[in-house]
Design a protein around this ligand. Structure first.
Ligand code: AR6
Length: 177
């Protein structure tokens, strides 16, 4: 496990399944309807139980780059923060929206006193965002947030495969703090 300190907080990289995380909140790479879907979202809904979909159904969806929060139900995490990443298009707008996903998710965590948060690599699956670029954008966003918000003590990136982990490792190494 790799880590880097930002002020008094820490960014950690881990490889595995985000549904098993014990942080106060985990972040879901959701769709605009906030329906269970596939990928990490399907896994989170399955592990949390049906009550999660009962809740997200009532939220009226979520725009790209925004975030909403629910309880975690059967998960170890107290909260699930649902954010909708951009579908990768190759325009400069992609990075702005992806950064916004991380910022808005962390703002919700701060507002709910969730001091530790786990993220998957948002938009890098079905939504096609190249992992190296996504790693850079997401790590910079989290670093910038932690510089201003010491109430978030720990942010973990939980990567699914070897390739994703290696991309984040390289990006974290090159991240000025
Ligand atoms: N734990 C951690 N990471 C995971 C897990 C897991 N259990 N399962 C998959 N990943 P994706 P997106 C990784 O496609 O690109 C859904 O259908 C995966 O390897 O889940 O934002 C939604 O409903 C990849 O690196 O999310 C949306 O329609 C990363 O999580 C759409 O897909 C994100 O892949 C969202 O697409």
């Amino acid at each position: 496990m790799e880590k880097k300190e930002v002020n008094k907080s820490v960014i950690e990289l881990a490889q595995g399944d985000i549904t098993q995380e014990e942080t106060a909140a985990i972040v879901n790479a959701a769709n605009k309807e906030l329906s269970p879907g596939a990928g990490v979202s399907g896994a989170i809904h399955k592990a949390a139980g049906e009550q999660l979909w009962e809740d997200t159904k009532k939220l009226g969806g979520c725009e790209t780059g925004e975030a909403k929060i629910t309880w975690g139900y059967n998960l170890r995490a107290r909260y699930v923060i649902h954010t909708v990443g951009p579908v990768y298009s190759g325009s400069p707008e992609d990075a702005k929206l992806l950064r916004s996903c991380y910022m808005e998710s962390l703002k919700l965590a701060s507002g709910h006193d969730a001091q530790s948060v786990s993220f998957p690599a948002i938009s890098t699956g079905v939504f096609g965002y190249p992992i190296d670029e996504a790693a850079k954008v997401s790590l910079q966003a989290v670093r910038d947030y932690l510089r201003e918000h010491p109430e978030i003590q720990k942010v973990r990136f939980v990567l699914f495969g070897d390739n994703d982990y290696a991309a984040y490792q390289a990006a974290l190494k090159n991240l000025p703090v």
